[in-house]
Design a protein. Structure first.
Length: 200
């Protein structure tokens, strides 16, 4: 019963459609009807601006972190579900949110939040990599995929050093999710038509 409930909670946390709710509550805008139609932070920046984009990014990151930290709640302490699995479930919730007709984001920020909750040094590294790469490329999609590959390399080294491979497995899965969700962006990058940000 505890395991089932904690899994449901992780999914529901991930399903919180931050971009949709912020857009409708404060901007009277459904971002699914504009730009890429995506509910993630990138489309929020594009449609609603920097302030809304930052808020949605933070909210999406914290969804992943909150899911990983669920076992710290006294009621869930008897759960046998690995925190990283809970994080992965939150990522699925973000991509396919029950609160937004299963049309969600591309999982980058929420995946980062999972890492923040489980191994914060990797999160810090990825934030630095993300900002530097974004400054150079001006493409959030390419930067997101670069960060996911850096995370995979780190997790492999982490597994070799510590003998714990759960992080590597999770990062491999999340990286696959992220790259798959960016397949249209990859084609646009090849064609030279991928939109570039102007705010960094």
């Amino acid at each position: 019963m505890v395991n089932a409930l904690i899994i449901i909670c992780a999914y529901l946390i991930g399903s919180i459609p931050s971009g949709l709710w912020i857009g409708k509550a404060f901007y009277k805008t459904d971002i699914r009807e504009h730009g890429s139609g995506n509910l993630g932070a990138t489309n929020t920046f594009r449609i609603l601006g920097k302030k809304a984009g930052i808020i949605v990014t933070v909210m999406d990151v914290l969804k992943g972190t909150a899911a990983v930290l669920l076992p710290l709640i006294p009621y869930f302490q008897d759960s046998s579900i690995h925190p990283l699995l809970l994080g992965a479930i939150a990522v699925v919730g973000h991509m396919f949110p029950i609160f937004a007709s299963f049309r969600g984001g591309k999982a980058v920020a929420t995946s980062a939040g999972v890492l923040l909750g489980y191994t914060w040094p990797l999160f810090v590294i990825l934030v630095i990599v993300f900002l530097i790469s974004l400054k150079i490329t001006k493409m959030v999609s390419l930067t997101s995929m670069i960060a996911s590959l850096i995370a995979l390399i780190y997790s492999i080294i982490y597994g070799v050093v510590t003998g714990e491979w759960a992080l590597c497995i999770l990062v491999a899965v999340l990286s696959t999710f992220i790259i798959y969700r960016h397949r249209a962006n990859i084609q646009r990058i090849k064609n030279g038509t991928e939109p570039k940000v102007t705010w960094i």
